[in-house]
Design a protein around this ligand. Structure first.
Ligand code: SF4
Length: 798
């Protein structure tokens, strides 16, 4: 029965005409020198203008759907032709409009075979539907910014169109057959897949079942699963079983950091090696990290891996899919060298055919970077989205929809580089003039910080003109085969990004105007205060979404942002014995900014007593570098005679230095080791120091984000929304970092350890209520002797 279902699912292929033809006719090289940014808005406006000018028999935006059975596969093609001319109700011409920066007089079919293929496919659909013997096919090219129009027209018989599209169907069939074969193997292997370990951990089966049930119902789930449950494996197993039953056809595992990706790769490899799972996965690694060249210049002149990429990628991917199951960064690099293909673009291409994609949040949530194909149901793609470390998502998406780069200085700096480029130069000057006017007006009114609900329309128009002039510049450089200064191009892309953000500007957005301290400049910032609707919209098309993390406290706060009332909730207990973890609060000491000078010595004394309690490795977390250094200096003075190794995080650590810092925790230490670190940094979470490598953490403060105008803006917004302004802007995001840091201590069931939380606010009920139920109630220590007593008692038992 299930196999029958598999067969039916496989036989049906839904595709947009655009994807259908692009797959067959994609060609050429990767070349980022000449823009390539989304000009959808201008494109759409030009389309509308041209469509209006085509006369009354021209019908614009004609929706076409056609089903074709080809070699046992049912292809459902759909699309919207830009225009169809009807005569007596019968279609006689199909028109495709394309905007380009190239000289339209020089264009031939070889330049854009996919455009011709798109128009001919629509023509074939119209002929099939209306039983026509022939039809005219027209390509209307519009050159930006000159506005030159060229129409290329041909008359095609139905017979020739059939032969033409059949070649594309043939090509698709070959790939669909491969996909079907691999999917059958995948589903059979999942159905017969034994659990890879001796037994389920406590809570692991529960999480797997909850995930499975949610996906079956096409639902959304928020899951808090403490360390030790084996949540990555549990969630994957639940998802894979749902996948094998025909729920969705692809998994996207979204991670906040690279280290998150490694854990999924490890779990999938384990299932492949121990349980016989047959499945293809690919990891999207950031371009900068995986690039094979010293300097990243993505164009055929500077990079052999970019040259003719699209001509060579298909056969390579076909071969790779047949031969390999895992495409992690190592595999991608070796495959890229073998086939001479850019590893980053290769991973994106493989992503279209793999069962699991592991990648950053960006590819789903970022309004500019998000990959359309990952989140589309119209093309029959049903993605199951798994979002790891979901406590990061609110902040990350908020950043994706905000921008702080509009200032006069930036415009003037770029202007210096484009003196020769008239239109662009002028547009930059006008925007800089506008910003100057705003600066003067605000300075005159002594309004050095000012917030508005709307983004200023005048500025929006200026930015649009800069973007349009940027298109002109790109067109000019393309024609002259000259490359654009990288800074100028980056600036142009940034303007495009701001325009995309402006498109989603809504009730929850604000614009800030800040005059610089020396009054010489103005910064205009866009702030997305509430990313809930952006999060919702980005995942609407997914079959199912599962958000999970070890620390989602308070759950109601995260639930509100991640999906509100539509979500199911699972809140699991820790599998570890709570008595193995002692949490102490030194809540007589204030760490508030104004008391820091008075209390830092008390803190370092407390920290000395803390590490004297038991020999081992410790991490001390601080809210800022300045505060950390203040305590550090005092601590090293006091610790001179202590058997201690002391290391400290610094602001400019390279990834090698960070590794070396963490490595010290893994080595056999003759003395205790103390690491000073910043709360919320990469040492504050996602590090796995098991057993003796970390036995205690001290957290100074309650993790509050810095008080700032931006955070106050958030506070005011939520105060207005739900009277939770301070909690949403400061308290909850801060406490999430505290929980993450505490979570570094107990990583396995044999671990024992302590956390010392220093701040007088920990005695307040509102904080006490935020501690998760799976830890014992924090114990209060009033002074050093009480601290020693509690530590002696704890370490005496363990
Ligand atoms: S290998 Fe590097 S430079 Fe070449 S196309 Fe890829 S990312 Fe660009």
């Amino acid at each position: 029965m299930q196999k029958e279902q598999d067969k039916q699912n496989q036989n049906m292929i839904t595709l947009s005409v655009r994807d259908f033809v692009e797959f067959a006719y994609q060609h050429g090289s990767i070349d980022t020198r000449f823009g390539g940014a989304s000009r959808a808005r201008e494109g759409a406006m030009i389309h509308r203008r041209l469509q209006k000018s085509m006369g009354s028999s021209y019908q614009a935006e004609v929706t076409l759907k056609y089903q074709r059975i080809f070699h046992n596969h049912v292809f459902n093609l759909w699309g919207r032709a830009d225009g169809v001319v009807f005569r007596n109700g019968i279609p006689v011409l199909v028109d495709e409009i394309k905007t380009t920066t190239r000289n339209v007089m020089m264009i031939s079919e070889n330049d854009y075979p996919e455009y011709f293929a798109q128009a001919r496919t629509y023509a074939w659909m119209l002929c099939s539907e209306n039983r026509l013997k022939e039809i005219e096919v027209q390509l209307t090219f519009y050159q930006v910014p000159s506005g030159t129009i060229r129409q290329i027209k041909e008359k095609d018989s139905f017979k020739s169109l059939c032969e033409y599209v059949d070649k594309m169907f043939q090509d698709w069939s070959k790939w669909i057959n491969l996909r079907d074969q691999l999917t059958i193997q995948r589903n059979n292997s999942i159905r017969n897949m034994p659990f890879p370990f001796e037994g389920w951990r406590k809570g692991q089966h529960q999480i797997a079942s909850a995930v499975y049930r949610t996906i079956e119902k096409k639902g959304k789930l928020v899951c808090q699963a403490p360390t030790g449950i084996g949540k990555t494996m549990g969630i994957l197993i639940g998802t894979l079983h749902a996948l094998a039953r025909g729920n969705g056809n692809r998994i996207y595992y979204a991670t906040a950091r690279t280290t998150g990706a490694e854990a999924v790769e490890k779990a999938l490899t384990c299932l492949q090696e121990r349980s016989g799972l047959s499945l293809r996965y690919v990891t999207f690694v950031a371009k900068d990290k995986i690039c094979l060249k010293e300097t990243r210049k993505c164009n055929p002149d500077d990079c052999q891996f970019a040259d003719h990429f699209y001509d060579r990628v298909k056969p390579a991917v076909y071969e790779l899919l047949r031969a390999e199951q895992k495409f992690d960064s190592q595999k991608l690099i070796s495959a890229s060298k073998k086939y001479c293909l850019c590893p980053f673009e290769l991973s994106l291409y493989l992503g279209q055919w793999c069962d699991v994609i592991i990648g950053d949040y960006n590819y789903i949530y970022d309004p500019v970077i998000a990959l359309q194909g990952l989140n589309e149901s119209e093309n029959g793609v049903k993605t199951i989205l798994l979002v790891d470390e979901a406590h990061h998502l609110v902040e990350r998406v908020r950043d994706m929809y905000s921008n702080h780069l509009i200032c006069k200085k930036n415009f003037l700096e770029i202007r210096k580089k484009v003196r020769q480029i008239n239109g662009f130069y002028k547009a930059l000057t006008k925007t800089a003039d506008y910003l100057e006017q705003e600066r003067v007006a605000l300075t005159d009114h002594d309004e050095l910080w000012h917030v508005e609900k709307q983004f200023p329309n005048e500025l929006l128009q200026h930015l649009r003109r800069v973007a349009q002039a940027g298109d002109g510049m790109i067109s000019q450089f393309t024609q002259q085969r000259k490359s654009i200064d990288e800074k100028v191009l980056d600036f142009y892309f940034e303007i495009r990004r701001i325009l995309v953000i402006c498109d989603s500007y809504g009730e929850e957005s604000r614009t800030s105007f800040a005059v610089s301290d020396d009054h010489s400049d103005i910064h205009i910032g866009i702030h997305c205060l509430d990313p809930a609707s952006a999060i919702f919209d980005s995942t609407q098309m997914c079959q199912s979404v599962i958000y999970f993390s070890a620390t989602l406290s308070p759950l109601v706060y995260f639930k509100r942002f991640l999906g509100g009332t539509q979500m199911s909730l699972v809140n699991l207990d820790s599998p570890y014995n709570a008595d193995h973890f002692l949490v102490l609060t030194a809540d007589q000491i204030s760490t508030r900014y104004k008391y820091r000078q008075q209390t830092f010595k008390q803190i370092s004394e407390m920290l000395i007593a803390f590490v004297q309690g038991h020999k081992g490795n410790y991490l001390f977390y601080f809210p800022s570098y300045a505060y950390m250094n203040l305590v550090y200096q005092d601590f090293i003075g006091k610790a001179k005679r202590e058997p201690l190794n002391i290391i400290r995080q610094n602001q400019e650590m390279s990834s090698e230095e960070k590794e070396a810092y963490l490595d010290q925790f893994q080595q056999d230490q003759k003395k205790s080791l103390v690491g000073f670190a910043i709360l919320g940094s990469s040492f504050g979470e996602s590090i796995d120091l098991t057993g003796e490598s970390l036995i205690g953490v001290a957290i100074i403060g309650v993790g509050l984000p810095m008080i700032s105008r931006e955070n106050d803006m958030l506070r005011d917004y939520f105060q207005n929304q739900n009277h939770q302004g301070y909690n949403y802007a400061y308290m909850y995001p801060g406490f999430s970092k505290v929980l993450q840091a505490m979570g570094r201590v107990i990583r396995t069931e044999v671990d024992r350890g302590v956390a010392l939380l220093i701040d007088d606010r920990y005695k307040e009920r509102r904080y006490q209520e935020l501690f998760p139920k799976y830890i014992n109630t924090p114990e209060h220590v009033r002074n050093i002797s009480e601290l020693r007593e509690r530590l002696d008692a704890f370490w005496g038992k363990h």
